[in-house]
Design a binder for this molecule. Structure first.
Ligand code: SME
Length: 163
């Protein structure tokens, strides 16, 4: 049902992944089920990704949510790491080399680059989508554009669920 395609035109593949995300969210009413499937979709569709998942803002901390990859730190304090920076700035943050990013939190020592996109609900940050790669400078502006679209779809979904 959710076919993975890695060859061919990167924009077309990202557009297809975004359509699959929309189809996945349609008709789903449970936040954990939705985020779990989106993390699997993203990890399966992008090459050289060792971790893809969500942290949810609870109070001031980011708490580990559904993900694909190795076990990760379960709690990230305010403003800490790439994730905390994305929350503070309210916009996507790309670390081309995590070892040069001040305060980066190393959950998987294989990670070399990272992209974090904040998710909003009712005008405030709800959480983040976090992607890690073992390859330096892995994340492109094109991927940021399409993963931000996926996050906008999740935000539309969050508006409709009652949890
Ligand atoms: N590296 C992140 C922590 C989460 S893990 O990558 C899954 C950070 O610096 O915020």
């Amino acid at each position: 049902m959710f076919t993975v395609k890695k060859e061919g035109d990167p924009r077309a593949n990202l557009a297809l992944m975004t359509e699959m995300a929309a189809a996945m969210l349609e008709g789903e009413g449970d936040i954990i089920a939705a985020l779990a499937n989106i993390s699997a979709l993203v990890k399966a569709n992008l090459e050289d990704i060792n971790w893809a998942g969500f942290y949810i803002l609870k109070g001031k901390d980011l708490i580990l949510g559904p993900f694909q990859g190795l076990p990760a730190c379960s709690r990230i304090g305010e403003g800490r790491g790439v994730c905390g920076r994305a929350v503070q700035e309210g916009r996507p943050v790309i670390a081309g080399n995590v070892h040069e990013f001040p305060g980066h939190i190393a959950c998987d020592s294989a990670s070399a680059s990272e992209m974090v996109i904040p998710l909003f609900r009712k005008g405030a940050v709800y959480g983040v989508l976090d992607l890690d790669s073992p390859r330096l400078n892995r994340f492109s502006a094109l991927e940021e554009e399409y993963l931000t679209r996926v996050c906008r779809l999740i935000e539309d979904f969050l508006e409709q669920v009652n949890e």
